[in-house]
Design a protein around this ligand. Structure first.
Ligand SMILES: [Zn+2]
Length: 77
């Protein structure tokens, strides 16, 4: 199971979270509730390539497509 490293963009709080590859990434800082960014550290001892990376990439593409469609339809109306 991979370890994901997160950092808060507001208070810079850093922590690691064990998650399944299929779990959704965390978005809220547990300390201040603001936005998190997920760090990918090269020395973590596991590799992000392969199926896990593929699934993450696939999810992101789906999400961004949804958002693009929403914003486009909003602009048109
Ligand atoms: Zn924070």
């Amino acid at each position: 199971m991979p370890t994901y490293e997160y950092q808060c963009t507001t208070c810079n709080y850093q922590f690691e979270e064990f998650q399944k590859i299929t779990d959704k990434p965390l978005k809220k800082c547990p300390k201040c509730g603001n936005n998190l960014k997920r760090l990918i550290s090269p020395g973590a001892g596991f590799i992000f390539k392969g199926t896990g990376f593929y699934i993450t990439d696939y999810k992101r593409k789906n999400n961004s497509t949804d958002k693009e469609n929403e914003s486009k339809s909003n602009k048109q109306t």
